[in-house]
Structures are given as C-alpha cells and as structure tokens.
Write a protein that binds this ligand. Structure first.
Ligand code: ATP
Ligand code: MG
Length: 299
C-alpha cells in the first residue's frame, strides 16, 4: 500500500510541454533512473526516488490517491482539479509546493475581436466555452456574473465560430491561436506555470525525509537556474558607482589586493548578465570582468 512504501514516487508528464523540462530539473537535483521497457516507470538509481510517466491530467488524482507522492504539473490543472474537489464537497488532497519557473501560460477569457470590450458585466447571460469549468465558475462567481459555462475537452478556440459559445476561457501563451481565430484576450483568470505538487497531508518519516532532501536540492537548483558568478577588479573609490549596477547581486565578496587601492570582487548575480551590463560595468571602472556559470548551491 501507499503507506508502506520506502521509496518516493514522482509523477511527471510522459510527453508534452512539461515532460522534458521536468526531467531535466529533477536530473539537475542529482537524480538518475533506469527506464523500464514500457517507459512508464523509471526506477531511481542514485536515490530511492522513482518516476511515473503519465498524462498530466492524471497527476493530481495520483497524488490524492497516494499512488504518487509528488508530481510536476501545470498550476492550471492542479487548480482546476482542486476546485472540482471543493465543488464536490471533498477535502483538499493536494497543494502547490513550489513554482518551477517553466511552462508559463495564463488562463484567459477571450472574446471575438469584433466585441467592443467594456468589462466583465458584458458576459452576463453569455455562453463561455472552456476546459476549465471549475476555475471559470469560481471566477464568474467572484465577479458576480451569471453566465453559461459550456464544457469542451479540446479545440475550445473554434467554439465561437461554430456558434457553440459567445466567448472562451482557455490557456494562452503567445496569443497566436487566439488571433488566428479572430479572438482577443480581455481578462486573465490565472497566471500559470509548472509547479511541484504534493499532498495536503504530511508524509510518513521515511518519505518525509526523502521529500525534504529533494526540496533542498530543488531550491538550490531553482535559485541558481539563472545565476552567474561575476568576478572583477576595481579601485575602492569606484565602488559606490559600481554597486548600483548590480541590483540583483548578493552582497559581493570584496578582497583587498596587496599594497594597492585595488579590490577584487566576486558577486553572485541572479538576473541575466548581458554584454550590455558588462559594458556598463567596464565604463564605470570595473576591470578584468569574468562571468562564470554556477553549477550547484546549497544554502
Ligand atoms: P497530456 O497528453 O499529458 O494530457 P496535454 O495536451 O494536456 O498533455 P500540454 O499541451 O503538453 O498538455 O500542456 C501541458 C501544460 O503546459 C499545460 O497544462 C500548461 O500548464 C502548460 N502550457 C504552457 N503553455 C501552454 C500553451 N500555450 N497551451 C497549453 N498549455 C500550455
Ligand atoms: Mg492533458
């Protein structure tokens, strides 16, 4: 049974937008796997942490049922299924543990381009097609709007042209699909990205420790994802002009160079270190600028 397992099991998408980045993130936490023949189950080699490769829609349910301990899934899917459980009078069974910084998109309300959009009151009495009925209904209730929710499992964007609905509520990233269907986004219901989902309840001791270990590594991996170590030298008197150019850096380590007014600095930058920034620093008096990748970090 789920309670007697001494290995941690993580559900990720088998194929699709989140599949590769999810695996890559877990691999960057030092996990590796031996794949089974059917490629549905990957046995953890470096740690007792296994993967189950599934449809993304199945991930919240697998956590709720205790078949998996953790999962990587879009906030949109997690939120929808959480809303569905609430509407059914059931207890929350899973929750977002960490935002993972990939798979960004938003759940948006879109209307025909021909509409002169004045505000949400225009939706009263209208039919809205969506695959996210719980999130849409909850949002409509918050707005105090009574509208008909038309549930479609796919191709939501063509519903207005087919006369099935007046507006839609769907995932948007670039907006290209919307404009190809003469629709325009007018409201954002949810900002989404891939998240690490876990149970609402506590783990037992063994899996709790494994989960904590994984979270510590994950937090390190997420922190350094865009981080770079910046090394340079500069005269001490120029520091007040240089430090404001490093607003995203942790307090730099400053080393005094022997017998001179020169300092050697080392700063961990969490934002992008572009050529432009390096040129700005050079202009402000930095010398010997060097940018190094950060491979690992443990706070
Ligand atoms: P599965 O076969 O696993 O059910 P799917 O077709 O439901 O796959 P994908 O299209 O791979 O799922 O999308 C997975 C997740 O990627 C979405 O739930 C969402 O969180 C995120 N995502 C990011 N950008 C977009 C986008 N433009 N359209 C749809 N989903 C997006
Ligand atoms: Mg799916």
């Amino acid at each position: 049974s789920a309670t007697s397992r001494d290995r941690l099991r993580i559900a990720i998408q088998k194929s699709g937008r989140l599949a590769e980045p999810a695996r890559a993130l877990l691999a960057s936490c030092g996990l590796s796997w031996r794949e089974s023949r059917d490629r549905l189950f990957c046995y953890g080699e470096t740690l007792p942490i296994d993967l189950l490769l599934v449809r993304d829609d199945d991930i919240p349910g697998l956590i709720a049922d205790g078949v998996c301990d953790l999962g990587i899934v879009g906030r949109n899917v997690l939120g929808e299924q959480d809303g569905e459980r609430r509407n059914g009078g059931r207890e929350p069974a899973f929750r977002e543990w960490r935002a993972l910084g990939f798979g960004a998109c938003r759940l948006a309300l879109a209307v025909p381009e021909s509409w002169d959009w004045q505000g949400v009151s225009q939706l009263a009495g209208k039919r809205i097609a969506t695959s996210y009925p719980a999130l849409l209904s909850q949002w409509l209730a918050e707005q105090g709007i009574a509208a008909d929710v038309v549930l479609l499992s796919g191709s939501v964007e063509i519903a207005p042209r087919l006369g099935q609905a007046d507006a839609i509520c769907d995932l948007v990233s670039s907006g290209a699909t919307l404009s190809a269907n003469q629709l325009k986004p007018v409201e954002t219901l949810l900002q989404s990205e891939a998240v690490l989902a876990g149970p609402a309840a506590e783990f037992d001791a063994v899996r709790g420790e494994l989960a904590q270990l994984l979270l510590r590594r994950l937090d390190g991996a997420l922190r350094i994802r865009h981080s770079k170590l910046l090394l340079f030298q500069a005269p001490r008197r120029l520091l007040p002009a240089l430090l404001p150019l490093l607003p995203d850096a942790e307090v730099p380590t400053v080393m005094q160079l022997d017998g001179e007014d020169d300092l050697a600095l080392q700063a961990l930058c969490h934002g992008a270190v572009t050529w432009q920034r390096l040129e700005d620093l050079k202009r402000a008096g930095a010398r010997g600028l060097m940018v190094l990748p950060v491979e690992g970090m443990l706070a």
